[in-house]
Write a protein of this length. Structure first.
Length: 256
């Protein structure tokens, strides 16, 4: 599998699964554009990716700031219209009982979907104008398909279910343009996202507590999700579109 002569845009590419996907594609010859909201973290990620010797660009944008998203869309058109690969990996996850959700909580998830929608629209328009086709991978969630009592996540799951549906609708609409659209639905993956609601020094132990939740006996890694994403982005899955791939250690297959 090689990504030579391709350019990948990763929304949410400064850490976690997004960074791992950018790293995988860069290591296999692709140029990458990573987008994140924290300039310092983004620059650190850019420097680490540069070790592969392939072009790396870093764009700062807070996806909850629609003015920033508008500027990002302009940059993607003027500077990176040659991208034929896109990964939407930005996310936030803070479990909270439904009855306690505030409008700000709700907006943090659904505003992210809005930005994902229009950023994808911009990249797709570039792909169509170039006429070379393309591939898109959205990072969804097992929580969009199954409620878990220990992690009440109504707004988050509502947003991710929308992303799954978005994936299927785009796959239908864009098939004629030779643009494939798929999603990955992970269960618990060891990423920094849990630091949003668990003290950093406790994250390792807390995440490991979910090992037995997965029939395979452990949580996943960002690198494992990256391997799946790279497969879906590549020509090896040229006949796959509109799929939501379970990457969950067997959770959706049954119960442990």
């Amino acid at each position: 599998m090689t990504f030579e002569n391709t350019k990948l845009v990763v929304i949410g590419g400064s850490s976690g699964m997004g960074y791992a996907i950018a790293d995988r594609v860069s290591s296999e010859g692709g140029s990458v554009v990573i987008v994140g909201r924290n300039a310092a973290k983004l620059e650190e990620a850019r420097g680490n990716l540069a070790k592969h010797g392939n072009p790396v660009a870093a764009l700062v944008a807070d996806l909850n700031d629609f003015d920033a998203v508008a500027h990002l869309r302009e940059q993607l058109t003027t500077e990176h219209s040659d991208a034929t690969l896109l990964v939407n990996a930005a996310g936030v996850f803070v479990p909270k009982p439904f009855i306690e959700h505030t409008e700000a909580d709700y907006n943090s998830y659904l505003d992210l979907n809005r930005s994902t929608f229009f950023i994808t629209q911009t990249v797709v328009a570039n792909m169509i104008a170039a006429g070379q086709g393309g591939s898109i991978v959205n990072i969804g969630s097992m929580w969009a398909q199954q409620a878990i009592a220990a992690t009440p996540s109504s707004a988050y799951s509502m947003a991710k279910a929308g992303l799954h549906s978005f994936t299927q609708h785009l796959a239908m609409e864009l098939a004629g343009e030779k643009i494939r659209v798929n999603a990955i639905a992970p269960a618990v993956v060891r990423t920094p996202i849990y630091e949003g609601f668990i003290p950093k020094e406790e994250v390792q132990e807390a995440v490991s507590g979910f090992d037995s939740f997965h029939p395979i006996g452990r949580v996943g890694t960002s690198e494992e999700i990256a391997a799946i994403a790279a497969f879906l982005l590549s020509d090896n899955t040229g006949w796959v579109t509109g799929a939501v791939w379970d990457a969950d250690g067997g959770v959706m297959a049954g119960r442990n």
